[in-house]
Design a protein around this ligand. Structure first.
Ligand code: ADP
Ligand code: DP6
Ligand code: CO
Length: 322
Protein backbone atom coordinates (compact mmCIF):
# COMPACT_ATOMS: atom_id res chain seq x y z
CA UNK A 1 0.00 0.00 0.00
CA UNK A 2 1.31 3.40 -1.04
CA UNK A 3 -0.17 6.48 0.56
CA UNK A 4 0.19 10.22 -0.06
CA UNK A 5 -1.54 13.36 1.12
CA UNK A 6 -1.29 17.00 0.09
CA UNK A 7 -2.93 20.36 0.58
CA UNK A 8 -2.93 23.03 -2.12
CA UNK A 9 -4.46 26.48 -2.07
CA UNK A 10 -6.37 28.11 -4.89
CA UNK A 11 -4.93 30.97 -6.87
CA UNK A 12 -6.64 33.80 -8.68
CA UNK A 13 -5.04 35.13 -11.84
CA UNK A 14 -4.33 38.84 -12.07
CA UNK A 15 -3.24 38.26 -15.66
CA UNK A 16 -5.55 35.54 -16.98
CA UNK A 17 -4.70 32.32 -18.74
CA UNK A 18 -7.23 32.08 -21.56
CA UNK A 19 -6.72 29.61 -24.39
CA UNK A 20 -4.61 26.59 -25.20
CA UNK A 21 -2.02 26.08 -27.89
CA UNK A 22 -1.92 22.35 -27.09
CA UNK A 23 -5.04 20.87 -25.51
CA UNK A 24 -3.47 17.53 -24.58
CA UNK A 25 -0.40 18.88 -22.82
CA UNK A 26 -2.17 22.09 -21.74
CA UNK A 27 0.35 24.49 -23.20
CA UNK A 28 -1.30 27.93 -23.06
CA UNK A 29 -1.32 30.63 -25.71
CA UNK A 30 -0.32 33.28 -23.17
CA UNK A 31 1.65 33.49 -19.96
CA UNK A 32 -0.31 34.37 -16.83
CA UNK A 33 0.30 35.67 -13.31
CA UNK A 34 -1.56 34.85 -10.12
CA UNK A 35 -1.81 35.29 -6.39
CA UNK A 36 -2.15 32.15 -4.27
CA UNK A 37 -4.73 32.60 -1.51
CA UNK A 38 -5.03 31.36 2.05
CA UNK A 39 -8.82 31.11 2.37
CA UNK A 40 -9.60 28.39 -0.19
CA UNK A 41 -7.85 25.06 -0.56
CA UNK A 42 -8.13 21.35 -1.33
CA UNK A 43 -6.90 18.40 0.72
CA UNK A 44 -6.40 15.17 -1.15
CA UNK A 45 -5.37 11.73 0.01
CA UNK A 46 -4.49 8.90 -2.35
CA UNK A 47 -3.84 5.22 -1.67
CA UNK A 48 -2.43 2.87 -4.31
CA UNK A 49 -2.77 -0.85 -3.64
CA UNK A 50 -2.05 -3.94 -5.70
CA UNK A 51 -5.33 -5.51 -4.55
CA UNK A 52 -7.54 -2.65 -5.82
CA UNK A 53 -9.48 -3.53 -8.96
CA UNK A 54 -10.41 -0.01 -10.11
CA UNK A 55 -9.83 3.66 -9.34
CA UNK A 56 -12.34 5.08 -6.88
CA UNK A 57 -12.77 8.83 -6.37
CA UNK A 58 -14.59 10.52 -3.51
CA UNK A 59 -15.01 14.29 -3.66
CA UNK A 60 -16.38 15.87 -0.49
CA UNK A 61 -17.30 12.36 0.73
CA UNK A 62 -19.44 11.73 -2.37
CA UNK A 63 -18.55 8.77 -4.56
CA UNK A 64 -17.99 10.26 -8.04
CA UNK A 65 -19.50 8.87 -11.24
CA UNK A 66 -17.63 7.19 -14.06
CA UNK A 67 -17.00 10.39 -16.00
CA UNK A 68 -15.47 12.31 -13.09
CA UNK A 69 -13.45 9.27 -12.04
CA UNK A 70 -12.10 8.75 -15.56
CA UNK A 71 -10.86 12.35 -15.65
CA UNK A 72 -8.94 11.80 -12.43
CA UNK A 73 -7.70 8.36 -13.56
CA UNK A 74 -6.21 9.79 -16.73
CA UNK A 75 -4.33 12.35 -14.70
CA UNK A 76 -3.06 9.76 -12.21
CA UNK A 77 -1.89 7.66 -15.18
CA UNK A 78 0.80 10.29 -15.78
CA UNK A 79 2.23 9.54 -12.34
CA UNK A 80 1.77 5.78 -12.66
CA UNK A 81 3.73 5.90 -15.90
CA UNK A 82 6.50 7.94 -14.32
CA UNK A 83 6.73 5.56 -11.36
CA UNK A 84 6.25 2.40 -13.42
CA UNK A 85 3.35 1.46 -11.17
CA UNK A 86 0.17 -0.28 -12.32
CA UNK A 87 -1.79 -0.24 -9.03
CA UNK A 88 -5.29 1.21 -8.93
CA UNK A 89 -6.00 3.98 -6.43
CA UNK A 90 -8.61 5.31 -4.05
CA UNK A 91 -8.72 9.10 -3.90
CA UNK A 92 -10.42 11.12 -1.20
CA UNK A 93 -10.51 14.84 -1.76
CA UNK A 94 -12.12 17.63 0.21
CA UNK A 95 -12.61 21.00 -1.46
CA UNK A 96 -12.61 23.89 0.97
CA UNK A 97 -13.82 25.90 -2.00
CA UNK A 98 -17.03 25.55 -4.04
CA UNK A 99 -16.45 23.15 -6.96
CA UNK A 100 -16.65 24.42 -10.57
CA UNK A 101 -18.11 27.80 -9.61
CA UNK A 102 -15.38 30.03 -10.97
CA UNK A 103 -13.56 30.05 -7.64
CA UNK A 104 -10.59 28.05 -8.96
CA UNK A 105 -11.33 24.59 -7.55
CA UNK A 106 -9.52 23.01 -10.49
CA UNK A 107 -6.35 24.84 -9.49
CA UNK A 108 -6.27 23.67 -5.86
CA UNK A 109 -7.87 20.31 -6.74
CA UNK A 110 -5.42 19.18 -9.38
CA UNK A 111 -2.40 20.64 -7.58
CA UNK A 112 -3.33 18.74 -4.41
CA UNK A 113 -3.82 15.53 -6.40
CA UNK A 114 -0.43 15.99 -8.05
CA UNK A 115 1.20 16.51 -4.65
CA UNK A 116 -0.50 13.43 -3.20
CA UNK A 117 0.58 11.24 -6.16
CA UNK A 118 4.13 12.54 -5.93
CA UNK A 119 4.31 11.54 -2.29
CA UNK A 120 2.52 8.19 -2.58
CA UNK A 121 4.65 7.00 -5.49
CA UNK A 122 7.82 8.44 -3.98
CA UNK A 123 8.70 10.36 -7.10
CA UNK A 124 10.51 13.15 -5.26
CA UNK A 125 9.62 15.64 -7.97
CA UNK A 126 10.94 19.16 -7.38
CA UNK A 127 8.44 22.02 -7.43
CA UNK A 128 9.09 22.89 -11.04
CA UNK A 129 8.44 19.32 -12.20
CA UNK A 130 5.38 19.10 -9.96
CA UNK A 131 4.11 22.29 -11.56
CA UNK A 132 4.50 20.72 -15.00
CA UNK A 133 2.53 17.65 -13.90
CA UNK A 134 -0.21 19.74 -12.28
CA UNK A 135 -0.48 21.79 -15.48
CA UNK A 136 -1.58 18.69 -17.37
CA UNK A 137 -4.52 18.27 -14.97
CA UNK A 138 -5.72 21.86 -15.15
CA UNK A 139 -3.66 24.76 -16.47
CA UNK A 140 -4.26 27.05 -13.51
CA UNK A 141 -3.17 24.24 -11.14
CA UNK A 142 0.48 24.65 -12.13
CA UNK A 143 0.47 28.02 -10.34
CA UNK A 144 -0.88 26.57 -7.07
CA UNK A 145 2.39 24.75 -6.38
CA UNK A 146 3.83 28.02 -5.10
CA UNK A 147 2.63 30.65 -2.64
CA UNK A 148 2.33 34.38 -3.25
CA UNK A 149 2.82 35.81 -6.73
CA UNK A 150 3.37 33.16 -9.40
CA UNK A 151 4.00 33.36 -13.12
CA UNK A 152 3.06 30.56 -15.50
CA UNK A 153 5.56 30.89 -18.30
CA UNK A 154 3.74 29.60 -21.33
CA UNK A 155 6.80 28.02 -22.89
CA UNK A 156 6.48 26.00 -26.08
CA UNK A 157 6.51 22.35 -24.96
CA UNK A 158 5.99 20.07 -21.97
CA UNK A 159 9.38 20.90 -20.53
CA UNK A 160 9.31 24.68 -20.88
CA UNK A 161 5.69 25.38 -19.88
CA UNK A 162 5.83 25.75 -16.09
CA UNK A 163 5.13 28.03 -13.18
CA UNK A 164 7.76 29.94 -11.25
CA UNK A 165 7.60 32.03 -8.12
CA UNK A 166 7.98 35.78 -8.63
CA UNK A 167 10.42 37.58 -6.35
CA UNK A 168 8.39 40.32 -4.70
CA UNK A 169 10.07 41.27 -1.42
CA UNK A 170 6.87 40.32 0.47
CA UNK A 171 4.67 42.76 -1.49
CA UNK A 172 1.97 40.05 -1.52
CA UNK A 173 1.74 40.29 2.27
CA UNK A 174 0.37 43.83 1.91
CA UNK A 175 -2.53 42.64 -0.24
CA UNK A 176 -5.97 41.16 0.28
CA UNK A 177 -8.71 39.79 -1.94
CA UNK A 178 -12.37 39.97 -0.98
CA UNK A 179 -14.53 37.37 -2.70
CA UNK A 180 -18.10 38.44 -3.44
CA UNK A 181 -19.77 35.05 -3.73
CA UNK A 182 -22.83 35.61 -5.91
CA UNK A 183 -23.38 32.02 -6.97
CA UNK A 184 -21.50 28.97 -5.70
CA UNK A 185 -23.25 26.47 -7.96
CA UNK A 186 -21.61 24.66 -10.87
CA UNK A 187 -21.23 26.93 -13.88
CA UNK A 188 -22.85 26.14 -17.23
CA UNK A 189 -19.69 26.45 -19.31
CA UNK A 190 -16.53 24.90 -17.84
CA UNK A 191 -13.35 26.99 -18.18
CA UNK A 192 -12.01 24.39 -20.57
CA UNK A 193 -14.99 24.64 -22.94
CA UNK A 194 -15.26 28.42 -22.70
CA UNK A 195 -11.66 29.06 -23.64
CA UNK A 196 -11.79 26.48 -26.43
CA UNK A 197 -14.79 28.14 -28.03
CA UNK A 198 -13.10 31.52 -27.68
CA UNK A 199 -9.84 30.39 -29.29
CA UNK A 200 -11.67 28.75 -32.18
CA UNK A 201 -14.25 31.43 -32.95
CA UNK A 202 -13.66 34.82 -31.29
CA UNK A 203 -12.42 37.57 -33.62
CA UNK A 204 -11.19 39.41 -30.50
CA UNK A 205 -8.87 36.56 -29.52
CA UNK A 206 -5.74 37.70 -31.43
CA UNK A 207 -5.99 41.08 -29.70
CA UNK A 208 -6.30 39.35 -26.33
CA UNK A 209 -2.93 37.68 -26.92
CA UNK A 210 -1.20 40.97 -27.76
CA UNK A 211 -2.74 42.69 -24.75
CA UNK A 212 -2.05 39.87 -22.29
CA UNK A 213 1.67 40.00 -23.09
CA UNK A 214 1.78 43.79 -22.57
CA UNK A 215 -0.25 43.56 -19.36
CA UNK A 216 2.04 40.86 -17.97
CA UNK A 217 5.18 42.93 -18.57
CA UNK A 218 3.57 46.01 -16.98
CA UNK A 219 2.37 43.99 -14.00
CA UNK A 220 5.80 42.57 -13.31
CA UNK A 221 7.09 46.14 -13.18
CA UNK A 222 4.28 47.15 -10.82
CA UNK A 223 5.18 44.24 -8.52
CA UNK A 224 8.87 45.18 -8.59
CA UNK A 225 7.94 48.74 -7.65
CA UNK A 226 5.28 47.66 -5.11
CA UNK A 227 2.89 49.96 -6.92
CA UNK A 228 -0.54 48.83 -5.75
CA UNK A 229 -2.56 51.28 -7.86
CA UNK A 230 -0.83 50.16 -11.03
CA UNK A 231 -1.23 46.50 -10.02
CA UNK A 232 -4.94 47.01 -9.46
CA UNK A 233 -5.49 48.93 -12.69
CA UNK A 234 -3.79 46.26 -14.76
CA UNK A 235 -5.65 43.45 -12.95
CA UNK A 236 -9.04 44.99 -13.63
CA UNK A 237 -8.29 45.91 -17.23
CA UNK A 238 -6.89 42.46 -18.00
CA UNK A 239 -9.98 40.70 -16.66
CA UNK A 240 -12.25 42.95 -18.73
CA UNK A 241 -10.26 42.18 -21.87
CA UNK A 242 -10.49 38.44 -21.24
CA UNK A 243 -14.24 38.62 -20.73
CA UNK A 244 -14.63 40.77 -23.86
CA UNK A 245 -13.32 37.89 -25.97
CA UNK A 246 -16.27 35.68 -25.01
CA UNK A 247 -18.76 38.23 -26.37
CA UNK A 248 -17.24 37.87 -29.82
CA UNK A 249 -17.22 34.06 -29.73
CA UNK A 250 -19.61 32.11 -31.96
CA UNK A 251 -22.04 31.45 -30.43
CA UNK A 252 -21.35 34.33 -28.02
CA UNK A 253 -21.45 33.81 -24.26
CA UNK A 254 -20.57 35.52 -21.02
CA UNK A 255 -19.78 34.42 -17.48
CA UNK A 256 -21.30 37.64 -16.12
CA UNK A 257 -24.67 37.76 -14.45
CA UNK A 258 -26.61 40.93 -13.64
CA UNK A 259 -25.31 40.49 -10.08
CA UNK A 260 -21.72 40.48 -11.39
CA UNK A 261 -22.36 43.79 -13.16
CA UNK A 262 -23.82 45.25 -10.00
CA UNK A 263 -20.81 44.10 -7.96
CA UNK A 264 -18.36 45.62 -10.44
CA UNK A 265 -20.24 48.92 -10.26
CA UNK A 266 -20.14 48.86 -6.45
CA UNK A 267 -16.36 48.40 -6.59
CA UNK A 268 -16.01 51.35 -8.98
CA UNK A 269 -18.09 53.51 -6.65
CA UNK A 270 -16.08 52.57 -3.56
CA UNK A 271 -12.95 53.43 -5.51
CA UNK A 272 -14.35 56.77 -6.68
CA UNK A 273 -14.96 57.54 -3.00
CA UNK A 274 -11.29 57.17 -2.20
CA UNK A 275 -10.60 53.53 -1.26
CA UNK A 276 -8.22 51.71 -3.60
CA UNK A 277 -9.92 48.53 -4.82
CA UNK A 278 -10.11 46.73 -8.15
CA UNK A 279 -12.15 43.79 -9.37
CA UNK A 280 -11.32 40.68 -11.31
CA UNK A 281 -13.51 37.82 -12.56
CA UNK A 282 -12.85 34.30 -13.79
CA UNK A 283 -14.94 31.74 -15.64
CA UNK A 284 -17.98 32.25 -13.42
CA UNK A 285 -20.21 35.05 -12.10
CA UNK A 286 -18.33 35.71 -8.86
CA UNK A 287 -16.39 38.93 -8.37
CA UNK A 288 -13.08 39.21 -6.54
CA UNK A 289 -11.88 42.52 -5.14
CA UNK A 290 -8.17 43.21 -4.88
CA UNK A 291 -7.19 45.69 -2.20
CA UNK A 292 -4.53 46.49 0.38
CA UNK A 293 -4.55 44.72 3.73
CA UNK A 294 -4.54 48.08 5.52
CA UNK A 295 -7.91 48.99 3.96
CA UNK A 296 -9.58 45.59 3.79
CA UNK A 297 -11.94 46.09 6.74
CA UNK A 298 -13.08 49.49 5.47
CA UNK A 299 -13.70 48.11 2.00
CA UNK A 300 -15.49 45.05 3.34
CA UNK A 301 -17.76 47.34 5.38
CA UNK A 302 -18.60 49.31 2.22
CA UNK A 303 -19.32 46.08 0.32
CA UNK A 304 -21.51 44.93 3.20
CA UNK A 305 -23.86 47.82 2.44
CA UNK A 306 -24.71 45.98 -0.79
CA UNK A 307 -24.08 42.29 -0.09
CA UNK A 308 -24.79 39.92 2.79
CA UNK A 309 -21.83 39.32 5.10
CA UNK A 310 -21.97 35.58 4.29
CA UNK A 311 -21.26 36.48 0.67
CA UNK A 312 -18.03 38.29 1.53
CA UNK A 313 -14.95 36.16 2.11
CA UNK A 314 -11.61 37.81 2.83
CA UNK A 315 -8.44 36.10 1.63
CA UNK A 316 -4.77 36.96 1.95
CA UNK A 317 -1.70 35.64 0.22
CA UNK A 318 -1.45 31.89 0.80
CA UNK A 319 1.29 29.24 0.84
CA UNK A 320 2.43 26.78 -1.78
CA UNK A 321 1.74 23.06 -1.73
CA UNK A 322 2.14 21.30 1.61
P1 ADP B 1 -13.22 26.13 -11.29
O1 ADP B 1 -13.63 27.52 -11.57
O2 ADP B 1 -13.79 25.65 -10.00
O3 ADP B 1 -11.75 25.92 -11.41
P2 ADP B 1 -13.32 24.48 -13.68
O4 ADP B 1 -14.40 24.36 -14.71
O5 ADP B 1 -12.05 25.05 -14.12
O6 ADP B 1 -13.93 25.27 -12.45
O7 ADP B 1 -12.96 23.06 -13.10
C1 ADP B 1 -13.87 22.28 -12.37
C2 ADP B 1 -13.41 20.84 -12.48
O8 ADP B 1 -12.17 20.65 -11.78
C3 ADP B 1 -14.33 19.85 -11.82
O9 ADP B 1 -15.42 19.54 -12.66
C4 ADP B 1 -13.40 18.66 -11.62
O10 ADP B 1 -13.22 17.95 -12.83
C5 ADP B 1 -12.09 19.33 -11.29
N1 ADP B 1 -11.88 19.35 -9.82
C6 ADP B 1 -12.29 20.28 -8.93
N2 ADP B 1 -11.92 19.95 -7.68
C7 ADP B 1 -11.25 18.79 -7.77
C8 ADP B 1 -10.61 17.94 -6.79
N3 ADP B 1 -10.60 18.25 -5.49
N4 ADP B 1 -10.02 16.81 -7.23
C9 ADP B 1 -10.01 16.50 -8.56
N5 ADP B 1 -10.59 17.27 -9.51
C10 ADP B 1 -11.20 18.40 -9.13
C1 DP6 C 1 -10.44 32.28 -16.32
O1 DP6 C 1 -7.19 26.21 -15.43
O2 DP6 C 1 -9.65 26.08 -14.98
O3 DP6 C 1 -9.71 31.17 -14.36
O4 DP6 C 1 -6.72 24.29 -18.00
O5 DP6 C 1 -8.94 23.77 -18.99
O6 DP6 C 1 -8.45 23.11 -16.64
P1 DP6 C 1 -8.19 24.10 -17.74
O7 DP6 C 1 -8.80 25.50 -17.25
P2 DP6 C 1 -8.56 26.36 -15.92
O8 DP6 C 1 -8.76 27.83 -16.52
C2 DP6 C 1 -8.69 28.98 -15.74
C3 DP6 C 1 -9.21 30.15 -16.49
C4 DP6 C 1 -9.33 31.43 -15.69
C5 DP6 C 1 -8.06 32.26 -15.73
C6 DP6 C 1 -6.89 31.78 -14.88
O9 DP6 C 1 -7.07 31.16 -13.84
O10 DP6 C 1 -5.77 32.10 -15.29
CO1 CO D 1 -10.54 26.05 -13.12
Amino acid sequence: MLKGKARAHTNIALIKYWGKEDEQLIIPNNSSLSLTLDAFYTETEIVFDKNFTEDIFYLDDQLQDEKATKKVSRFIDLFRQQANCSFFATIRSINHVPTAAGLASSASGLAALAGACNQALQLNLDQESLSRFARKGSGSACRSIYGGFVEWQKGHDDQSSKAVKIASDHFEDELAMIFIVLNDQKKEIASRDGMKRTVETSSFYPTWLTEAALDLAAMKEAIAQKDFIRLGEITEANALKMHATTLAAVPPFTYWSSESMRAMQVVRTIRANGLACYFTMDAGPNVKVLCQKAEVEQIKAKLAEHFALEQLIVAFSGPGIE
